[in-house]
Design a binder for this molecule. Structure first.
Ligand SMILES: CC(C)(COP(=O)(O)OP(=O)(O)OC[C@H]1O[C@@H](n2cnc3c(N)ncnc32)[C@H](O)[C@@H]1OP(=O)(O)O)[C@@H](O)C(=O)NCCC(=O)NCCS
Length: 239
C-alpha cells in the first residue's frame, strides 16, 4: 500500500511542512500564519497574515447558546470524554452554522452582477449563504471589525466589496437589512486569499475548536451530569 502526500514529512530531527522546516516556524511564526501556510502551501503577506489572524479570532467562540456549544455541552453532560463532546459540537456545524462559509464561497464565485443575482435568488426563494443572523439584525459586529481591519491594512478585497454590494441590494429589495454575517465576510476574504471552498468549513472548525473545548470543560467542572430541557419549555401540540 502506497501513501503520497505533499503536506508534510517527518524526518529524524525535524518535520518538513510544505517544503519548509517546522523548526524554523516554532517560536518565529504566529500560530495563525502557520495554519495559513499548512492549509495553502503559501506564506501570507503582511496584510493577509493580519487579516487571517483576525478572522480566526472572530470565530473562536460565540456564547453558550450557539448550536455547536449546546451540542458540546449536552454530550459533555452525559459522561463522555472531552474528545467525544468536542466532536459532538463539530458535528453540529452545518450549512447554516459555520458551514455557511463554504456555501458562501461557492455562491460568491457565481456572482456577476450583484443586484441581479440577489433579485433572482430572493424571487426564487434561494438561500443567500453568508447573509442573515438569528440575533444580529442591523449589523454583525464581527463583520464590521473585519471590514475596518481591511481599511486599516489597506487590503483591497474584491469579494468583500462584492458581498457588501449584495448586502445593499438585499436591503433595497426586501426593504430591511439582512446583514452580511461573519461567515460571509470570512468566505469573501478566503476567496481573495486563494483558498478553495472545500477549506471553508475546515477554517471554521479550526477557529471554533478552542471555544468548544472550554465549553465542554466548564460544563463538566461546574454542572451536575445530564442536561435536560425543562418540561416547562416544551409545548406538546400533538393529540
Ligand atoms: C441565519 C438565518 C438562519 C437566520 O434566519 P432568521 O432569523 O429566520 O432570519 P430573519 O427572520 O431575519 O429573516 C427575515 C427575512 O429574510 C429572509 N432571509 C434571511 N436570511 C436570508 C438569506 N440568507 N437568504 C435569503 N433570504 C433570507 C427570511 O427568509 C425572511 O424572509 P421573509 O420576511 O420574506 O419571510 C438565515 O439568515 C440564514 O439561513 N442565513 C444563511 C446561512 C448563514 O449564512 N448562516 C451563518 C450565520 S452566522
Amino acid at each position: 500500500m502506497e501513501f503520497k502526500t505533499a503536506v508534510s514529512k517527518m524526518t529524524e530531527n525535524d518535520l518538513i511542512i510544505r517544503g519548509k522546516k517546522h523548526s524554523d516556524m516554532i517560536g518565529n511564526w504566529p500560530f495563525s500564519k502557520t495554519i495559513f501556510f499548512l492549509l495553502s502551501g503559501k506564506e501570507p503577506d503582511k496584510k493577509e497574515a493580519a487579516l487571517f489572524d483576525a478572522m480566526l479570532t472572530t470565530v473562536i467562540d460565540h456564547g453558550m447558546g450557539t448550536a455547536s456549544s449546546m451540542a458540546t455541552r449536552f454530550v459533555a453532560s452525559t459522561g463522555n470524554s472531552l474528545n467525544t463532546a468536542v466532536a459532538g459540537g463539530v458535528l453540529a456545524l452545518g450549512d447554516y452554522h459555520g458551514g455557511a462559509i463554504e456555501k458562501a464561497m461557492c455562491l460568491f464565485t457565481e456572482v456577476d452582477k450583484p443586484a441581479a443575482f440577489v433579485k433572482d435568488a430572493l424571487e426564487n426563494k434561494k438561500v443567500l449563504y453568508g447573509f442573515g443572523h438569528k440575533v444580529y439584525k442591523i449589523q454583525d459586529p464581527r463583520t464590521a471589525h473585519l471590514v475596518a481591519l481591511c481599511k486599516k491594512e489597506g487590503y483591497v478585497s474584491k469579494y468583500l466589496t462584492l458581498a457588501l454590494e449584495m448586502e445593499k441590494a438585499i436591503e433595497e429589495l426586501k426593504g430591511k437589512k439582512i446583514v452580511l454575517n461573519v461567515d460571509g465576510a470570512i468566505a469573501a476574504l478566503l476567496l481573495d486569499m486563494g483558498f478553495a471552498p472545500e477549506m471553508g468549513k475546515g477554517f471554521f472548525i479550526i477557529g471554533r475548536t478552542p471555544g468548544l473545548v472550554v465549553q465542554a470543560v466548564e460544563e463538566q467542572a461546574r454542572e451536575k451530569p445530564v442536561r435536560r430541557v425543562s418540561e416547562d419549555d416544551i409545548t406538546y401540540d400533538g393529540k
